[in-house]
Ligand binder design. Structure first.
Ligand code: GLC
Length: 581
């Protein structure tokens, strides 16, 4: 728990300085732990988005075709060669281009899918206000379940909400969120007698509203109240990624240029770029430190964190000012990006050829010439992976550490690897090949499996500690999470395969709204509403909206996609058929 003293650090305007618009004011100091979060509901006009034309498969269609066809919003089409031409990404979303079209609600000429209006209404109901300004969205608004911490604003959950608002031309809430969480970062964070690193960003926060004294207070959770007491490694990375998305979408560099934002970024980066005993460029993490926030055997070097780390480093590179401490950090970022991309592309990548290589590994190899660098014992390869691996296709596996490869497939890590260009173009398209080849397993009835396959029986008992929520094919244990639709859609657009996203969205539209926007679905095919899934889960709602808006106007990809950096090393290791296909 925090002491009042430690919280008061947060509320001192001197700590962070003021913005020009006087955003922080002395009245922010009010702290009252006795009151509960108040969520204000406002009704705001609902935007209309063009319907998706599903009559034609889009296999061979390029991004420019998509944009200039009736599938896109009626704003002036942009000259984009094809989505595969990542050169275009940096040019996308420059504010001058965006201003030509306006937001979807300027274009009521199309018949929107009825779910879109529902979704916007629900998203707006989830808004959380601090001093009358929207600062985030609540995790879930399920009146039938005990709220636990679902009444808080989670940093990772807010990302799809933020993207939806940015895409809809409403950047203010995103700016407010970035500034408020930045203030929370500067709180002294303590668990029992231990003080956490300065740069740690909260997993979530809530607003306490005192109607009598008319004060609002913010209280953050850095892992000290979370189940499992793990600090979120992903929050800081999402924060930097969102800062870039805001900057890219609005063209407003003044936020990122603020000394406080520069400092916030430096603190986050210092945490993960400091020297230690590491022999790998990947980031060593505790179990449950990201979206999978309970024990699921992802400790070590989980793919989700490595992809987000890579994306955050690349985003920071474009935002940090090359002066003072920033200059030194930029050099360290470059070195780390180089080493990280080589390591990930070489050692985390698995396709048919690479699987066969590992299967034939010799063990006990000593010296620099070793092929089996991490002493992985071929007997540790699980049976399922031999059946799962198609001839054409591949993916980044869950984890690589000494004598341990976690062969499970994870959605966020793989999609973010595509979006950040951690995956080479060949790897990115192999990941999409895998989606097509293993549609039932990875997408099923309700997109998208968070991981595959489920841990069962003895393995489930040992790895999860008999977690009754993470039983096989449920929740984090290979459950299906509709929020992941936005990442899949973005990855599809980036790789020039929008038809895959379209198919997934059609499936979502059959049930998600009727089912009350559940948090997750259970079962091998994701056919059942999750055992303990919350209804009206905000990121399920926002994820759908982002997916729809991106398909409607693929230029939105520019705020969350990064083009390939050709200077980064491509390992000359094994190549499978899918690489050359
Ligand atoms: C669950 C999820 C976590 C999410 C939170 C709020 O704990 O595992 O990723 O942030 O719910 O929705």
């Amino acid at each position: 728990m925090y002491s009042l003293n430690s919280l008061s650090v947060d509320t001192s305007p001197e700590t962070l300085g003021r913005t020009n618009d006087g955003y922080y004011n002395a009245a922010d100091n009010g702290i009252d732990f006795t009151k509960f979060l108040e969520v204000t509901t406002r009704s705001i006009p609902i935007p209309i988005i063009a319907p998706i034309n599903t009559s034609r498969t889009l296999d061979e269609r390029s991004l420019s075709e998509i944009i200039s066809s009736g599938l896109a919003s009626p704003r002036a089409p942009r000259t984009l060669e094809s989505v595969k031409s990542s050169e275009c990404l940096e040019a996308l979303l420059s504010p001058s281009i965006r201003s030509s079209g306006g937001t979807p609600h300027d274009h009521p000429s199309f018949e929107p899918h009825p779910m879109i209006a529902d979704a916007w209404e629900a998203l707006r109901r989830s808004l959380v206000y601090f001093r009358a300004k929207p600062v985030g969205t609540i995790a879930a608004m399920d009146p039938t379940e005990e709220s636990l911490n679902y009444n808080q604003v989670f940093v990772r959950d807010f990302v799809p909400s933020a993207l939806a608002f940015l895409m809809n031309g409403e950047p203010e809430i995103v700016k407010n969120f970035l500034l408020k969480t930045l203030r929370l970062q500067s709180i002294e964070k303590r668990i029992d007698c231990f003080t956490l690193g300065e740069g740690v960003m909260p997993a979530s926060f809530k607003v306490l509203h005192d109607p009598v004294r008319k004060t609002d207070t913010m209280i953050a959770d850095f892992g000290e109240s979370a189940i499992g007491r793990v600090a979120p490694v992903d929050s800081g990375f999402w924060w930097i990624i969102l800062l870039r998305a805001y900057t890219k979408s609005t063209g407003d560099h003044s936020l990122a240029d603020m000394p406080d934002c520069q400092r916030g970024m430096r603190l986050i980066l210092t945490l993960c770029l400091s020297d230690g005993f590491d022999t790998f460029p990947t980031l060593l993490c505790a179990d449950g430190c990201c979206m999978t926030d309970r024990r699921m055997g992802i400790y070590g070097y989980p793919i989700e964190i490595q992809s987000l780390f890579f994306m955050a480093l690349r985003s920071a590179k474009s935002l940090l000012k090359p002066e003072g401490e920033g200059r030194d950090l930029l050099e360290r970022i470059d070195k780390r990006l180089h080493a990280l991309s080589f390591h990930m592309r070489a050692y985390f990548w698995l396709d048919h050829t690479q699987l066969n290589n590992i299967y034939r590994y010799k063990t006990e190899e000593y010296s620099h010439t070793a092929v089996n660098k991490f002493n992985v014992i071929p007997d540790s390869i699980p049976d399922w992976v031999f059946d799962f691996m198609p001839i054409k296709g591949g993916y980044f596996i869950g984890n690589v550490s000494p004598a341990r490869m976690d062969f499970r497939w994870f959605a966020i890590g793989n999609c973010m690897a595509i979006l950040s260009s951690l995956a080479t173009p060949e790897q990115a398209s192999a990941i999409m090949d895998l989606f097509e080849a293993r549609w039932e397993e990875l997408v099923g009835d309700m997109p998208l499996k968070v991981s595959y396959p489920a841990l069962e029986g003895h393995e489930w008992r040992i790895v999860t500690g008999c977690d009754p929520k993470n039983t096989r094919w449920s929740y984090h244990n290979a459950g299906s999470w509709p929020v992941l639709l936005w990442m899949l859609t973005a990855a599809c657009i980036k790789t020039g395969r929008p038809q895959i996203a379209r198919r997934a969205i059609e499936q979502v539209e059959k049930r998600l709204s009727k089912d009350g926007w559940p948090e997750y679905y259970d079962g091998k095919l994701g056919r059942y509403i999750g055992k303990q899934a919350r209804k009206f889960q905000t990121w399920s709602i926002a994820g759908y909206l982002v997916a729809k808006m991106m398909l409607e106007d693929p230029s939105h990809l520019g705020m969350i996609g990064l083009e390939e950096d050709k200077k980064m090393m491509k390992p000359g290791l094994t190549r499978s058929a899918s690489w050359t296909a």
